[in-house]
Write a protein that binds this ligand. Structure first.
Ligand SMILES: [Zn+2]
Length: 146
């Protein structure tokens, strides 16, 4: 096998550190509390910008995706999430909440006699709900700090 000499370029590539770093959940929660003002409403993008600014003061490599930030925000008592949905044509795929990733509970239509008819799902963490046969698809989120 032919051996290639190591070039400066190769060396640089090998020594390069990862560009981004996973931010621990507690650090994200702390940044949410610091960034958000009581009574204010934020879009998902606004909130991510604010939180990243705060995180980068501690470590410029900290990163958090929109979805993860939303899942974490749903866990914070002081943060209320308003969800705008559009009605899809497809049934619900699974019982995980699309907003906060928590397992949803089945809602049932009370019938006078016979078994209760399954109706849909409801999330007790963020308040999202959906029909079983026509999934409500979240398309916009508003975060309110209270
Ligand atoms: Zn939820």
């Amino acid at each position: 096998m032919q051996q290639y000499p190591m070039t400066a370029h190769h060396k640089q590539k090998e020594e390069k550190e990862p560009k981004f770093k996973h931010t621990p959940t507690n650090v994200v929660i702390k940044s949410l509390h610091i960034s958000m003002v009581q009574g204010e409403t934020y879009t998902q993008e606004d909130l991510r910008c604010l939180v990243l600014k705060e995180l980068h003061k501690q470590d410029p490599k900290y990163a958090v995706t929109r979805a993860r930030l939303r899942h974490i925000a749903a866990l914070v008592m002081e943060i209320k999430i308003k969800i705008k949905c559009k009605i899809g044509k497809k049934p619900v795929k699974n019982d995980k909440c699309p907003v906060c990733n928590v397992k949803m509970t089945e809602t049932k239509n009370k019938t006078l006699d016979g078994p209760d008819a399954p109706l849909g799902y409801k999330c007790h963490c963020c308040g999202y709900w959906t029909d079983k046969n026509r999934r409500r698809i979240p398309k916009e989120y508003l975060f309110i700090y209270q």
